[in-house]
Design a protein around this ligand. Structure first.
Ligand SMILES: [Zn+2]
Length: 414
């Protein structure tokens, strides 16, 4: 069995942690910004030095290939993302990409060849912080988003994904999705407290929870905050406020069975002192292990939004909705990870993912699986995000050995 060089992996993580650093240990590296470009350049430089052939597709996904003995076979891919949220953590996503690179470097150290090629993949804009849709690159790769739609997505300043991609030099020539994977592995910090609280350092992820989102818009009438009597007001922000509290109560209602609701964003117009707001839009996210319960929560949330609008004497409208997750990962790959963990003597638990990941999109086009490692207190999307190399090594070694086993699997009979 092979062992990864954790010191080398940590040096790469530390170098990455300086590119877009926010405060002492946070990272602001939004997709297609200058820090994202610098990190991409660094990744390409490292991958090239490791002997990989690098290709970039139309939406900026980067594929660094370590050739296999049989180049005609589809690659075993290891991927995640290098972008972050605003002052987010330095390991979310980044650990998965750099553990992929460390896998290649360890194989190089030992002069180990594999039958299939190994692709280390950096997916563009997983976080969705800048262009409002998450998992952009992997969803385009899987054909879930049209490339044309991704390229015209715009940020808060009106800059488009396509223009920013070209500006940083990552509008690649390779057609998006024009690549087959034999298997896809993603190592990721758990982003929740379960592993950190226990004494097992590896989660073998069997699937992902269904998550739904929707935006509700509340529309009232702007007026002067002084002369307008209370009974004549149509304050859109008040409607949104009632809805936010009600949505949070719905999360509490399902708390015992693992349900969650979040309003993380509000856009208010005109958002000025002295003026009663005429429009407020909130983004609602809700999740539950049981997809039937998610459907019930959706009805309750919509009813709560309508009731909030009525109470505030404003109108309301559901302006957007989306769903992701509800994913079952490949049973073959779960079995492979389980067997490899037994061989390595690594303790693990079986888990489901509660956050969205690129592996969800890729699971629609290739067998996919994830490995979780602990993060302190389960905190991520925060500058407080932290991980312990000693508690990360098992996951990295599991990834390494499972990828090699899969890449050396005998070719299937035609
Ligand atoms: Zn992530």
């Amino acid at each position: 069995m092979l062992r990864a060089n954790m010191e080398r992996l940590w040096r790469m993580l530390d170098a990455s942690g300086e590119i877009g650093r926010c405060g002492e240990r946070g990272l602001t590296r939004l997709a297609l910004t200058d820090p994202d470009k610098v990190m991409r350049d660094t990744f390409v430089e490292w991958a090239t030095a490791a002997g990989c052939q690098v290709e970039v597709d139309e939406v900026g996904n980067i594929f660094a290939r370590r050739p296999g003995r049989d180049q005609s076979l589809p690659a075993v891919a290891i991927g995640s993302h290098l972008d972050t949220t605003v002052c987010g953590g330095r390991y979310d996503g980044i650990l998965g990409v750099l553990a992929g690179l460390e896998t290649v470097l360890t194989l190089n150290d030992h002069g180990t060849e594999t039958t299939r090629p190994i692709d280390v993949v950096c997916w563009t804009d997983e976080e969705g912080t800048r262009f409002s849709r998450s998992m952009m690159g992997s969803s385009a790769f899987a054909g879930l988003f049209a490339v044309a739609d991704v390229l015209v997505a715009s940020d808060a300043d009106g800059l488009t994904f396509g223009a920013e991609l070209a500006r940083i030099g990552y509008a690649g020539p390779r057609r998006t999705g024009d690549r087959r994977f034999d298997a896809y592995f993603e190592l990721h910090i758990e982003q929740g407290p379960r592993l950190d609280a226990g004494d097992v350092d590896v989660g073998i992820v069997v699937g992902g929870l269904t998550a739904k989102g929707r935006r509700w818009a509340f529309t009232g009438q702007s007026a002067h905050v002084g002369p307008t009597p209370m009974d004549r007001r149509r304050n859109a922000l008040v409607g949104a406020g009632y809805a936010i509290a009600a949505v949070n109560d719905i999360g509490w209602k399902y708390h015992e069975s693992g349900g969650k609701t979040t309003v993380a964003r509000i856009d208010c117009q005109p958002n000025r002192y002295g003026v009663i707001p005429e429009r407020a839009v909130i983004g609602i996210d809700f999740r539950h292990p049981d997809s039937a319960v998610v459907a019930t929560m959706a009805e309750e949330i919509d009813a709560a939004a309508r009731a909030a609008a009525a109470r505030a004497n404003v109108s309301c409208e559901r302006v957007e909705e989306w769903t992701f997750g509800g994913v079952a990962f490949s049973e073959d790959l779960v079995r492979l990870l389980t067997a490899t963990a037994h061989e390595l003597g690594i303790a693990f638990r079986s888990m489901t993912s509660e956050a969205g990941h690129d592996a969800y999109s890729i699971s629609t086009v290739a067998p996919a699986v994830m490995i979780f490692t602990p993060c302190q207190e389960g905190i991520s999307h925060s500058r407080e995000e932290a991980i312990d190399p000693r508690r990360t090594a098992d996951g990295v070694n599991l990834l390494l050995n499972a990828v090699v086993a899969r890449a050396n699997r005998p070719p299937l009979a035609p």
